[in-house]
Design a protein around this ligand. Sequence first.
Ligand SMILES: NC(=O)C1=CN([C@@H]2O[C@H](COP(=O)(O)OP(=O)(O)OC[C@H]3O[C@@H](n4cnc5c(N)ncnc54)[C@H](OP(=O)(O)O)[C@@H]3O)[C@@H](O)[C@H]2O)C=CC1
Ligand SMILES: C/C=C/C(C)=O
Length: 336
Amino acid sequence: MVKARKYVVKKKFDGVPKRDDYEIVEYELPPIQNGDILVKTEWISVDPYQRAYHDRYPIPYDQFGFQVGIVEDSKNPKFPVGTRIVSHRGWCDYSIINLNDGNKTSFDITYKLPDLKGLPISHAIGAVGMVGATAYFGFLEICKPKAGETVVVTGAAGGVGSLVGQIAKIKGCKVIGFAGTDDKVQWLEKELGFDKAFNYKTVDARKALKEAAPNGIDCYFDNVGGELSSIIMNQMNNFGRVSVCGSISVYNEDFSQLPKAPIVQVDIVMKQLKIEGFLVPRWLNRFPEAFSDIVNWIQSGQLKAKEHVTEGFENIFDTFVAMLSGENTGKAVVKL
Ligand SMILES: NC(=O)C1=CN([C@@H]2O[C@H](COP(=O)(O)OP(=O)(O)OC[C@H]3O[C@@H](n4cnc5c(N)ncnc54)[C@H](OP(=O)(O)O)[C@@H]3O)[C@@H](O)[C@H]2O)C=CC1
Ligand SMILES: C/C=C/C(C)=O
């Protein structure tokens, strides 16, 4: 018998999630059946959607999320012992997965570790995982950037944002990022090659953009929503494109009261902007395309995939809340 642990959400979040909203449950896994694999988790991802999707699930629920693990026992010849697996089994240290049914829902995602060509396996829940696919497809498919255009990205020093800015540079764009500390701003400019970065907590964003993008903004990759996004959209060029990826500035808000932000409709109409939201499972069948390009870019030194690593099953919750408040630079992951 294998003893497993998992995080169960047992209370409705009220604002920022709290430690006692969760319970770590220890339980015994049943013996595996034909078609099953037993996976031992090695890396766990903490992500903003684990907060944003909370209201979709009846309490209690097992905390979902991406993880990488290794097959320890198998009754499925396609996945022998030692195979590495990426799944959406969440914050648990062991899981039993049956792959015969395929991927049933958009988030019932399980696949073999992509070919990382020797890169760290943790990248499979970061730059070469859902996060990388989000940056790649969300930016390239929706913004359709052209060389020489000006791109703005918010949440620029996080997992998705740091990749978007670098992909924009690879595509020959001028890139301006917004992030929440001066150290992050330095990192974006000095290490990642952003043309300009600003601390949105201290800068006058309207004025900063007038100076950094005097000819206006062509593409905006929106990770944060709220007032900052309205200010950015106000300075877009005619036929600008906005990819709405997330709105982390309001994930801890009470959605029974609509959060308030300046009106953007005038700019959308007068500048004939194209604004599109997306959820990355839309491109699930094309993930390998993104992974292949991203692995090659990392290997050629064109793209840096920084990770913010915490260790220990007991520390997953703290890492999650720290990420929501901006303590991470790059992709936040937990090593078990
Ligand atoms: N649509 C989709 O399919 C997907 C969407 N997403 C979205 O992408 C965005 C980034 O996710 P991800 O890269 O995983 O996470 P990050 O690594 O970017 O971590 C979250 C970051 O958000 C920033 N942040 C927190 N509060 C605020 C605030 N009030 N205003 C502005 N920034 C804030 C913090 O950085 P700072 O120090 O800069 O404040 C923090 O580091 C999220 O909105 C997420 O929901 C992610 C994956 C898929
Ligand atoms: C798939 C992830 C979605 C968000 C909004 O983070």
